[in-house]
Ligand binder design. Structure first.
Ligand code: LLP
Length: 431
């Protein structure tokens, strides 16, 4: 099985975290997001352990909310002593509603509105990561009006090419995020930020991309960032105390994927960071990481009901399900690959190859093509694996499909953590 939390029971049903997924589909309906709390907690602890062992605990892991934002997730990561990275007023609101301490929240965004900046200031988020010069000017003005001096970081493009999909690659010069290092733009931004009376520059941030399998780009980013901190010290006499290295470790989506464990990536990053600090005689900064995918991705799956099977001779076989790009847009966006299993026939061989089609009125609404699957019939339950990340958080109401329910599994029992939307919910704001 793709992840160790997946098993097949005596009835041949797929189980996650000890819960029978065919039974879950029956009890809660489909489409259904199923998350495994135990695995989420283990992943949080895995990150904490590495920071403790390799860096004396001198850091903070901030769960990247964009990966999966709902109140229960914030409660879980908060109880594991993690903070959160938020990218919008909506994520910030959800985190605070769930009781996440504002001081452990990092506010991101390359186009924050005045309202979002005000909200971050009034609620007292721990750090605001600033992306561009007009934002610095606005934040300084709004902070002054509120009598605040927020701790800020600057988002830097370290010029690292991480081998991943173009849409999720963010650290190169041709990116909409942050200040470029190689043009001198970043140093000018540090100079500007440190001159504002109402802003307290505490550090710099970078994020080189997502779903990355190589360790070296991460380690290189750490070195580049420490070198830049030393350059800031030399040029401006400013020793910044914090460094945020973003997220990005990749996960196993298919049997062919073989990513390094996130623990070994973080170990390599911290080793590179410590070596660079000692080489440049720079004090080891407080370090922040913002993992999303590697905490929740493998901990989730999505269940659908098979509605029909359409065999197009010599071309392909479609298995049509009751969800699609409205609950998982990743194939439509990135041609991302997934493994699928018939939850009620998981013990059987996956002897067919099929295209899984969604219910949206669009030919590109697919969950995957050329996927091995057990022979499907209407009424079967299809499980798509490793959908714990960037699925619910990127879901839409396309075709006015209500967003799916999410359940959290623990010790074999499931509880609803996000209710299924109703048609009434969908029309709530219509006038
Ligand atoms: N920090 C920052 C500033 C980020 O931009 C991101 C992701 C993360 C942390 C978390 O990265 P992770 O550990 O999850 O790789 N929707 C795309 C992924 C977009 C990622 C955007 N930023 C997908 O479905 O693959």
């Amino acid at each position: 099985m793709l992840t160790p939390n997946l098993t097949v029971n005596a009835e041949g049903h797929l189980c996650i975290g000890g819960a029978d997924t065919a039974a879950l589909a029956k009890a809660h309906g489909t489409p259904l997001y199923v998350m495994d709390e135990t695995m989420i907690r283990e992943n949080c602890r895995g990150y904490q352990r590495v920071i403790a062992e390799e860096y004396g605990g001198n850091g903070l892991i901030c769960f990247a909310s964009k990966a999966l934002s709902c109140k229960e997730l914030y409660r879980i990561v908060d109880s594991e002593q993690l903070g959160a990275d938020v990218i919008s007023g909506g994520e910030l609101y959800t985190a605070l509603q769930a009781g996440m301490p504002a001081a452990k929240i990092v506010m991101h965004g390359n186009s924050k509105s005045d309202e979002e900046l005000k909200m971050a200031l009034e609620t007292g988020v721990g750090r605001i990561v600033c992306d561009n010069l007009p934002e610095l000017e606005r934040l300084n003005r709004i902070a002054g009006a509120l009598g605040k001096t927020p701790a800020i970081m600057l988002r830097i493009k370290p010029g690292i090419d991480a081998h991943t999909h173009d849409f999720v690659k963010t650290g190169c010069i041709d990116s909409k995020f942050g200040f470029a290092l190689e043009t001198g733009e970043a140093l000018d931004a540090v100079r500007a930020a440190s001159a504002y009376p109402n802003l307290k520059l505490v550090g710099i941030h970078c994020h080189i991309g997502s779903q990355i399998f190589d360790t070296e780009p991460f380690a290189e980013a750490a070195r580049v960032m420490v070198r830049f901190m030393a350059q800031i010290r030399a040029a401006l006499g400013l020793t910044l105390p914090e460094l945020n290295l973003g997220g990005g470790p990749g996960i196993k989506y298919t049997e062919d994927d073989d990513p390094p464990a996130f623990g070994s990536i973080v170990r390599a990053i911290l080793a590179a960071l410590k070596a660079a600090c000692s080489e440049l005689d720079f004090p080891q900064p407080f370090v922040l990481f913002e993992p999303g995918r590697s905490i929740v991705g493998g901990a989730g799956l999505t269940l659908y009901t098979v509605m029909a099977k359409k065999i197009i001779p010599d071309i392909r076989t479609y298995v049509l399900v009751d969800g699609g790009m409205c609950d998982n847009p990743r194939y439509a966006l990135y041609h991302s690959r997934y493994e699928a299993v018939l939850a009620n026939k998981a013990g059987d061989e996956r002897s067919e190859r099929v295209t899984v089609g969604g219910k949206c009125c669009e030919s590109g609404d697919l969950i995957g093509e050329d996927m091995p699957l057990q022979p499907a019939e209407p009424g079967d339950i299809l499980a798509v694996l490793a959908t714990g990340v960037y699925n619910y958080s990127m879901a839409s109401n396309y075709n006015r499909n209500p967003r799916a329910e999410m359940v959290m599994v623990k010790d074999g029992a499931a509880r609803t953590v996000v209710r299924r939307e109703s048609y009434e919910d969908i029309c709530r704001n219509d006038i």
